[in-house]
Design a binder for this molecule. Structure first.
Ligand code: GCW
Length: 672
């Protein structure tokens, strides 16, 4: 069972003889045309997966090229010269008795293999000749916030699989397993160290370790990337400055980049957090983020590397007495004037919301402002504000809600997903980044259900149009098998979980209402207020919410293109789910659903906690169909979540009852 946990959704559980019958036409010899590491890895995976699921041996033909001794052959054909196909895409062909997985390149072959394995595992028909699939965007990366000492910032599943005691681990076997999981969902880049980068990251002895990590990832088509600190020329290079416009600094970056490529020829590039939460940055020399990004980008360019420069730049010493101060404005205010000033291999990496991964945030207006700059959206798989993998919260519906938001730039349809695909503004690069923070825990993310977020992220990065229902259904089948009752129950639990969590934490766009200053876990209602971090919701005796209107508030809403701004600016059209993010209203204000704000706060917390109380009983009904280890683990977590939801409910409701003095119509809160 422990091994099953490691395997995540790649379990390749044995099908019944009857189910296996549908795949009897698959030839048992796998021949590989290409001879790269990725090709060989793909062939082995296919042989292993099919043998394991179908119960009879599939073997990779010993020599490269078509194996004519065995007929019929199962051809796994590499077509890296197939310029007609989009990069990294695959399609299926039948030629006589042969099945051919045709990749545009080696990654395409690998992704086609995983797709075929998924079809078999979920009892789908074999692909037809017309089946073809291509990724939505070239950048599909994962960031890990691992520190060299082996701890992980906002990691909830044990120690780092990469580092220990200040260096890269000797045993990197979990890294290869992780690469396999990521490859199966189409991820092609991995940043292994924290964006709050260790100052020693670019020291030569550390680079030797990173080279070993890159070697583990390469067979899975995944390129290594590193987070770097902008002061490295000073700290590592012993220069007197790290001013991006100083020629000595540019020369140091150039030399350092060249050195990295001699060790790691497919190095993907740098992720940069600067001028943010105490990190040094270009503002130190009165330079712009564009000037800082470009000095890194120029030497990377000739090697095919990129810079992901994070848009998460804000002042965390805001004056909370100032009603015009607004952290949500920071991204746009800091970056919009720089549009068009970045080198072509710089990509702005922007968190999906303007604050910080709260349970509900609008889409950052910065996305619509950068029309001459490639962009990626940054999502958070690690459940920092969403229950830290002790609560089940399936985030795909939240991400889809954000990706589908139409920003209406230039008064036309520009949904977030099309902006980051590079389609809306015709940008060459773009895509998706998510912070995963898997750890040494057997099942990578601690909560078995949390793995659906990692899986779902990859699926959305490949195709943001894929419905959440389809994504979770596939994940559940891969992870827990195809029994209809199991699939129905788990799909429903997962799909309901985000709304439930929002209900018992912070509804109406108020923010998660958790402890804001420290661990970001459990209720901490007042902690967002009266400090410089700017996650305020400005509750007083009369009302609640941040006034971000143009008319009377911080003006944040004016950062959106006019058609979307008009929707948010007016109380008539602002959606209830974002009301308190955009407006300050009296507690007695009536929502579109007819309830007052205060009554909605009370009701939603009772609803959320009551919904979570159903998780354990619904799960219990599946006992005969789930292996004991995972059954017990999930049951324990569901019991815990139900209890913690009550704590949340009562903490938040009591807080608002106290500050507003308004009784609950149903007398639950006042009798409490
Ligand atoms: O969400 C906040 C986290 C920090 C994190 C920061 C960031 C890595 O609380 O822990 O730092 O965002 O995204 O840079």
């Amino acid at each position: 069972a422990a091994e099953d946990g490691h395997a995540g959704w790649l379990r390749y559980a044995r099908l019944s003889a009857q189910d296996a019958q549908a795949y009897a036409s698959l030839p048992q010899i796998i021949s590989v045309e290409g001879s790269s590491q990725v090709d060989r890895c793909a062939a082995q995976e296919l042989a292993h997966g099919l043998s394991s699921m179908l119960g009879h041996p599939f073997a990779v033909a010993p020599t490269a090229g078509r194996n004519t001794a065995h007929a019929p052959a199962f051809d796994l054909r590499l077509a890296s010269r197939n310029d007609a196909m989009p990069p990294e895409s695959y399609r299926f062909k039948r030629e006589g008795n042969d099945y051919v997985i045709l990749g545009a390149d080696t990654r395409g072959v690998l992704y086609g293999v995983f797709h075929l394995l998924e079809l078999v595992a979920t009892l789908q028909p074999l692909p037809k000749s017309t089946t073809a699939s291509a990724p939505a965007a070239p950048i599909r990366w994962v960031n890990q916030w691992d520190n060299l000492d082996g701890s992980i910032e906002r990691g909830y599943a044990g120690r780092s699989i990469f580092f220990d005691g200040g260096k890269v681990r000797d045993d990197l076997s979990r890294v290869s397993d992780y690469g396999r999981l990521l490859a199966s969902i189409g991820i092609n880049g991995l940043t292994v160290n924290n964006v709050n980068a260790d100052l020693r990251t670019l020291e030569p002895e550390e680079l030797a370790g990173f080279t070993r990590i890159a070697d583990e990832l390469r067979p899975w088509g995944i390129r290594l990337s590193l987070s770097i600190d902008l002061s490295s020329p000073e700290v590592v290079g012993h220069l007197k400055t790290f001013d991006p416009l100083d020629p000595a600094v540019a020369a140091w970056w150039s030399k350092t980049v060249d050195e990295i490529y001699t060790r790691i020829p497919d190095f993907a590039g740098f992720v940069v957090k600067a001028d943010s939460e105490g990190r040094p940055g270009p503002s130190h020399y009165d330079r712009t983020p564009a000037e800082a990004a470009n000095v890194l980008a120029r030497p990377l360019q000739k090697h095919g590397g990129i810079v992901l420069y994070r848009g998460f730049v804000y002042n965390h010493h805001l004056d909370w007495h100032d009603l015009k101060a607004d952290r949500a404005r920071a991204g746009y205010d800091n970056f919009h004037a720089l549009d068009g000033k970045f080198e072509p291999n710089v990509v702005l990496q922007i968190k999906h919301g303007p604050i910080d991964f709260q349970v509900r945030e609008p889409v950052s207006p910065l996305f619509a402002a950068m029309r001459h700059t490639s962009q990626t959206v940054e999502l958070e798989i690690t459940q920092e504000y969403t229950g830290q993998q002790r609560h089940m919260v399936f985030l795909v519906p939240m991400w889809k809600w954000a990706l589908d938001t139409d920003l209406r730039a230039e008064n036309r349809s520009t949904p977030l997903k099309e902006i980051v695909e590079g389609r809306s503004f015709h940008q060459p690069l773009g895509g998706f980044v998510a912070v995963a923070n898997v750890g040494m825990d057997t099942n990578w993310l601690h909560h078995p259900m949390a793995m659906a977020n990692l899986y779902g992220y990859g699926r959305l990065a490949w195709n943001p149009d894929e419905p959440a229902e389809k994504i979770i259904d596939t994940w559940t089948r891969l992870t827990f098998g195809n029994k209809p009752e199991v699939v129905r129950t788990i799909d429903a639990l997962q799909l309901e979980s985000w709304r439930d969590y929002e209900n018992y934490t912070g509804p109406l766009g108020i923010g998660t209402l958790t402890d804001i200053i420290g661990v970001h876990y459990g209720p901490g209602v007042g902690s967002a207020e009266n400090n410089g971090w700017g996650q305020w919701f400005r509750a007083d005796r009369q009302g609640v919410g941040m006034d971000r209107t143009v008319a009377t508030g911080t003006g944040y809403i004016g950062q959106y293109p006019p058609q979307l701004a008009a929707i948010y600016e007016s109380l008539k059209t602002c959606p209830d789910d974002l009301l308190l993010f955009m407006h300050h209203v009296p507690y007695t204000y009536r929502l579109h659903n007819g309830d007052t704000v205060i009554q909605h706060i009370y009701n939603s917390h009772y609803e959320g906690a009551a919904a979570v109380a159903t998780y354990a009983p619904r799960w219990l009904a599946l006992k005969p169909d789930i292996d004991p280890e995972r059954f017990e683990k999930v049951l324990e977590l569901f019991h815990y979540q139900a209890g913690h939801a009550i704590v949340w409910r009562d903490a938040v409701n009591t807080w608002f009852h106290t500050i507003s003095g308004i009784p609950d119509e149903l007398h639950r809160v006042d009798n409490f």
